[in-house]
Design a protein around this ligand. Structure first.
Ligand SMILES: O=C(O)CCC(=O)C(=O)O
Length: 293
């Protein structure tokens, strides 16, 4: 158990360290997605992006994650959501949490990485506003899946739908350890009802029509290097299978919206944050604008 007060990093809307490349006009050139990548995204609803970090930066983020997985760590009051089996063995921690950007410098600064912001601007067709982040950790030899789903089914309290997910590996991800799988083209489907994230991998089958069922049977595994990212559309069906290997599979996720997306409720959009009136655009402390200066 730790003691001491942590600073809420959501008060600072710029990088606090020099861990990542600067977000400036020169970086924009270097990190721009190619026309082929944009066409791939339009056709399939996902696209593999650049390697955002490796080496010491990867180690830095892994060390931050290890700190964040310890119950009672400084700043634990800032999480939006925190789910953990609290295993004492770091290889065995099953973990899903939202809000790391408020607590740890690396996960905070990652939001301004030009390798995320520049492609996100291209894919969203406008300025990028942060929605929330996520950490996912599948322990070694763990049977847990993330069942097939569409991200937007969990976000209908924000409209219109102009959202984007960047999934970033903190370990190499493979079919054996539970890499992401996509149903290509499913971003053109209707919004499906929520059928759950844990337990039954295939629960979504019950809400598919015949044509969707045919397409659903041809998912694609997307293995990535540690530090590499993949972007997906808010309606693209995706999920991940069990980790059958002897080491954990860890990842961080950035969820973003095009600037101008509004709250559709007077209730707070995330646990513990101030509310944004229905009809008003996301802005303020918890939703920084991430676009180029
Ligand atoms: O990391 C995973 O296994 C699942 C991630 C996911 O479903 C998401 O980012 O929406």
């Amino acid at each position: 158990m730790h003691t001491g007060r942590a600073k809420d990093l959501s008060l600072t809307h710029r990088p606090l360290s020099s861990l990542f490349p600067e977000l400036n006009a020169a970086a924009a050139q270097q990190w721009t997605l190619t026309t082929e990548q944009l066409q791939f995204f339009a056709e399939h609803g996902y696209v593999v992006g650049p390697q955002l970090f490796d080496g010491n930066v990867l180690e830095h983020l892994r060390a931050e994650l290890q700190m964040l997985m310890q119950p009672g760590h400084p700043g634990s009051e800032f999480w939006y959501e925190y789910h953990s089996n609290e295993s004492a063995d770091p290889n065995q921690v099953l973990f899903h949490a939202l809000g790391a950007w408020r607590i740890a410098t690396g996960f905070h600064d990652l939001l301004w990485h030009p390798g995320f912001v520049v492609p996100a601007q291209q894919l969203l067709g406008g300025s990028v506003r942060f929605w929330h982040d996520q950490l996912f950790c599948k322990p070694a030899h763990h049977g847990g899946v993330v069942a097939w789903h569409q991200d937007y089914s969990y976000w209908t309290r924000t409209t219109p739908m102009a959202h984007l997910t960047a999934w970033i590996g903190l370990d190499e991800s493979t079919p054996e350890n539970g890499c992401l799988h996509y149903v290509p083209g499913s971003h053109r489907w209707n919004l499906l009802p929520i059928t759950g994230l844990a337990g039954d991998m295939h629960a979504i089958q019950s809400v598919l029509n015949e044509q969707q069922w045919d397409q659903f049977r041809q998912p694609v595994a997307v293995p990535l290097k540690a530090g590499q990212c993949v972007f997906h559309h808010p309606l693209t069906i995706h999920g991940s299978f069990e980790n059958r290997t002897a080491v954990p599979r860890r990842a961080t996720v950035i969820n973003a919206v095009r600037d101008g997306v509004c709250s559709s409720t007077d209730d707070p959009l995330l646990e513990g944050v101030h509310s944004i009136a229905a009809g008003a655009p996301l802005s303020g402390q918890f939703y920084p604008l991430l676009s180029l200066p």
